[in-house]
Design a binder for this molecule. Structure first.
Ligand code: ADP
Ligand code: AMP
Length: 215
């Protein structure tokens, strides 16, 4: 199963990807997670990406296309993969097509999560993640059992630097200008499926799993 989870920041891509990983046993390829790891490790790529990430703008196509092309060639992608947060521009979508074609692979489906802007802002300002294992939470919609402590590993829950209101506004603008056109791009290829992402997490999961099981 080879799929893209498409949607604005806060739509629930990472949340749904975690459930798909668990149930379908295919890896999640999150460019945001990979870039944050590079920033933490202060690699040359991380140092280059940090400024754009802090400002809520996009890292260059060249950098993200490079990391995804390399990642897709790893053995664990043999059975499939979930792209989360990539592609985000038309040149990235074109590059993905070329990379997959060189690997004799094709996308099965692009699942687009539709969520209203006000709900996105509420989701992003309340988002927390475990410092240790990265499991995602929401202070209101998906809280941990106790305090700000991860249910899975007991790690501390923290807020992402770019989940502040002003950066969120930039990220929304960037999404509308550069990423939203991808919905038409994939609609034209006939593999786009639209999901009501406003529903509670478990209901969105049901809709997504129904689509994946029908493939
Ligand atoms: P994305 O990966 O698309 O940026 P996330 O999966 O990180 O989004 O979700 C953003 C926040 O919204 C998280 O705190 C998550 O717990 C919460 N969330 C995800 N899906 C839903 C939903 N269907 N209803 C309410 N909150 C949700
Ligand atoms: P995310 O975790 O998907 O919300 O991404 C966090 C940040 O990483 C974004 O605001 C961008 O700065 C950067 N980023 C992630 N994926 C991409 C991508 N495909 N293209 C460009 N920048 C990206």
């Amino acid at each position: 199963m080879k799929l893209i989870l498409l949607g604005p920041p806060g739509a629930g891509k990472g949340t749904q990807a975690a459930q798909i990983v668990e149930c379908f046993g295919i890896p999640q390829i999150s460019t945001g997670d990979m870039l944050r790891a590079a920033v933490r490790e202060q690699t040359p790529m991380g140092l280059k990406a940090k400024e754009a990430m802090d400002a809520g703008t996009l890292v260059t196509d060249e950098v993200v296309i490079g990391i995804v092309s390399e990642r897709l060639q790893q053995a664990d992608c043999g059975k499939g993969f979930i792209l989360d947060g990539f592609p985000r521009t038309l040149p990235q979508a074109d590059a993905l097509k070329r990379t997959l074609s060189a690997l004799a692979k094709d996308l099965d489906v692009v699942v687009s999560l539709q969520v209203e802007t006000d709900a996105l802002v509420e989701r992003l300002t309340g988002r927390r993640a475990c410092r240790n294992c990265s499991r995602g939470y929401h202070v209101r919609f998906d809280p941990p059992a106790e305090g700000l402590i991860c249910d899975t590993c007991g790690g501390e829950l923290i807020q992402r630097d770019d989940d502040q209101e002003e950066t969120i506004r930039n990220r929304m603008n960037v999404y509308h200008q550069q990423t939203a056109p991808l919905e038409d791009y994939y609609r034209q290829t006939g593999i786009l499926k639209v999901v009501d992402g406003m529903a509670p997490i478990a209901e969105v999961q049901q809709q997504v799993f129904d689509i994946l099981r029908a493939i």
